[in-house]
Design a protein around this ligand. Structure first.
Ligand SMILES: [Fe+2]
Length: 266
């Protein structure tokens, strides 16, 4: 059994007292780490599916590293629309991994999850003036296909952006992987070897099963998006729980346990 904890969208600011959308990311993320470390078990690893910081400046990454390095297992980081891949590499202590072939300086890599099981991190970042949707370059898909053809492993995939529509007008219009349907069509050919696709960005929990593939989103510990099924706009709810998911993968199943710990102001 492979056990990991999925977190996302910590949105650290450059200082401990900065508030973003009515929330203090530093205080909330400290409480999140403390809650996870108090669970009484140690996962094999953590995955942070991006938006580590709210603006990609050095002080924010240093603050993020000072808190997230307290997690008691290796952490694998994904690039979100608020992140900078080079700064993530520079400031965040990441679990051991191998860069995917031919993907340039994208934060796109593979790591060993367990026996015959590989995690693949995709980088869907696009320039801020084009986002906040994502895009998966062909080179990343080709690199993943190469792994599929050269090993018998099962895979879990990690990226920041939801790959396919989730049934919310605002989220589906603004936050998806732009070419996600095409990537989904590719993935479903290998559905038996994909334990799940894990992402953040939507600031809410989501479990979606389509064509035999599990798409699993985790919310943010800082603020939740309120966009309903048909709303064209989105508000931010700062009075949210501290969200994380505990994922267990076996040869034949993937189980996602969603947590939302009440935040008590210190
Ligand atoms: Fe975010």
């Amino acid at each position: 059994m492979i056990e990991f904890i999925h977190i996302s969208d910590t949105h650290f600011g450059p200082s401990k007292d900065l508030e973003i959308r009515g929330s203090n990311p530093y205080e909330r993320n400290c409480a999140l780490v403390e809650a996870i470390n108090s669970l009484g078990f140690t996962p094999d690893f953590f995955v942070h599916t991006g938006d580590i910081v709210n603006d990609p400046d050095d002080d924010a990454y240093e603050l993020a590293e000072s808190v997230l390095s307290r997690l008691d297992a290796p952490v694998h980081y994904v690039s979100g629309n608020h992140d900078d891949a080079a700064a993530t590499r520079k400031f965040m202590t990441s679990g051991s991994h191998v860069q995917l072939k031919g993907v340039g300086d994208k934060l796109a890599y593979a790591f060993r999850m367990g026996p015959r099981a590989t995690g693949v991190v995709f980088d869907g970042w696009v320039a801020p003036d084009q986002g906040p949707h994502g895009f998966l370059s062909q080179s990343q898909v080709i690199a993943f296909e190469d792994l599929l053809q050269t090993t018998d492993d099962r895979f879990a995939l990690f990226l920041h952006y939801p790959m396919i529509p989730i049934g919310s007008t605002w989220i589906d219009k603004h936050l998806l992987v732009e070419n996600g349907e095409a990537v989904h069509s590719f993935l479903k050919e290998y559905r038996d070897r994909i334990a799940g696709v894990f992402f953040g960005h939507l600031h809410r929990g989501l479990q979606l099963h389509r064509d035999g593939i599990l798409y699993s989103g985790v919310s943010s510990p800082v603020c939740h998006f309120t966009a309903g099924p048909v709303e064209e706009t989105c508000e931010f709810s700062p009075n949210c729980g501290l969200a994380f998911n505990h994922v267990s993968i076996s040869d034949h199943s993937t189980m996602v346990k969603e947590y939302s710990i009440p935040f008590v102001q210190g």
